[in-house]
Design a protein around this ligand. Structure first.
Ligand SMILES: NC(=O)c1ccc[n+]([C@@H]2O[C@H](COP(=O)([O-])OP(=O)(O)OC[C@H]3O[C@@H](n4cnc5c(N)ncnc54)[C@H](OP(=O)(O)O)[C@@H]3O)[C@@H](O)[C@H]2O)c1
Length: 379
């Protein structure tokens, strides 16, 4: 009788409308068992999940019809006929039938719709068949940074421009570090004396943007959703940090603006307030829209006429389009700064895949403090 191991999985139980409900929308499931020594590899590898990244975009996996899911066009029928949830993770090879993938080596693993029927990134063990190995990127931890940071602040690895038509098959990793760096390099056009406003400034992407702006000596205004996060922003050296839940963003920008660059992670009212308080020729980098992903509100952006009269330029930041151009410079310049402590990073670490349902909600409602990761196995 072969011995089998529980292969814990984080699976979709019931689609959410709006925010997911931990334990109802998604659950931790222990019904699957795997014979680790004998499971067929078909020329591929058996890998163990070590770290799982919990990102805002996971909402589109569990909430069909949400604005996030509609924009990403990921509601492919095969995706929603499945209980699998996919995303970014770091896996360690346990068995291998391919010499290029050695036992003990680490790889970043990204969502691959092609694997939906056989395996998922949100499970403790996965078999990657020979054809599926392309969704793994070799990861050599360097500079003493913890592995998990390679899914967040030090996360990189864009090989080429991603072709949107392949989205339904493969979704590459979209780590926060390179998202921030690529967007900043590509669109900020930062000049000496500029004032920058960053929303969700204490978050995974926002906190790196803040430090890139700081590195250029710019004045920084940062908003966040709790006093603890505001305190952290002040520790980072943000010039004006405020809690947008207790201080009106418009008033804060009227007082400490106007802004030459706005990094938008939030959308709606915050975007309105920013364009109202932007300088002529300001750059607005639209990275995300946290305030509307759940689709619970219909309030929209009202002040775009300021874009016309002030010749403001709005940039839509799509990681898939620009990351590959900035990957090498990011690795040369930002990762060493993270390693030597010049750049700071915060992680919101949870332990055990059973924490995934709650972690998805936490990122949506701001209960996370730092880049959200789940430590699943030994690092
Ligand atoms: N364009 C791209 O290619 C790309 C790639 C990666 C990420 N992104 C986007 O970048 C943004 C930040 O992602 P992240 O991974 O760094 O997440 P994160 O900032 O670490 O976590 C999400 C944060 O959003 C904030 N938030 C939630 N609801 C909000 C609301 N109604 N109004 C204002 N803020 C709200 C919360 O912070 P507070 O406590 O401060 O409210 C929460 O902690 C997201 O919009 C994400 O979709 C875009």
């Amino acid at each position: 009788m072969p011995s089998t191991t529980v292969n814990g999985r984080h699976i979709l139980k019931q689609h959410a409308t709006g925010y997911p409900i931990p334990g109802t929308t998604t659950v931790y499931d222990t019904s699957e068992r795997l014979d680790l020594d004998n499971v067929a590899l078909n020329g591929g590898v058996l890998a163990k999940l070590v770290i799982l990244s919990i990102d805002p975009y996971l909402l589109h996996s569990v909430s069909p019809g949400s604005p996030m899911e509609q924009a990403a066009e990921t509601c492919s029928s095969e995706a929603y006929g499945s209980d699998r949830i996919n995303g970014m993770g770091i896996v360690k090879v346990v068995r291998s039938e391919d010499p290029a993938y050695k036992v003990g080596e680490y790889f970043t693993s990204s969502l691959s719709r092609a694997r939906l029927t056989s395996s998922s990134d949100h499970q403790e063990y996965s078999v990657f068949s020979k054809e599926q190995l392309s969704s793994l990127q070799h990861l050599k931890p360097e500079n003493g940074l913890p592995l998990s940071v390679y899914l967040g602040a030090a996360g990189a690895g864009a090989r080429s421009r991603f072709i949107p038509s392949l989205f339904k098959m493969y979704q590459p990793c979209i780590p926060s570090g390179l998202t921030a760096f690529a967007g900043w390099e590509e669109f900020s056009n930062a000049k000496k004396g500029d004032t920058v406003f960053v929303s969700t400034a204490a978050g995974a992407v926002g906190s790196i943007v803040v430090q890139l702006a700081q590195n250029q000596g710019l004045k920084i205004i940062g908003s966040a959703g709790s006093d603890d996060k505001v305190k952290y922003l002040k520790q980072l050296g943000v010039d004006v940090a405020f809690n947008y839940k207790t201080t009106d963003t418009r008033e804060a920008l009227e007082k400490d603006g106007p802004v030459d660059i706005y990094w938008d992670n939030v959308g709606r009212d915050t975007l309105d307030a920013a364009v109202e308080n932007a300088t002529s020729g300001a750059r607005v980098i639209i990275c995300g829209a946290m305030s509307s992903y759940n689709g619970e509100t219909t309030a929209g952006v009202k002040n775009l006429i300021h874009v016309t009269f002030k010749s403001i330029v709005l940039y839509g930041l799509s990681y898939f389009d620009i990351a590959h151009k900035h990957d090498a410079k990011f690795k040369e310049t930002v990762i060493p700064k993270l390693a030597d402590g010049t750049f700071k990073y915060l992680e919101d670490r949870k332990f055990g895949l059973d924490k995934a349902p709650q972690a998805i909600l936490d990122v949506q409602n701001g209960a996370n403090f730092g880049k959200s990761v789940i430590v699943v196995g030994d690092e």
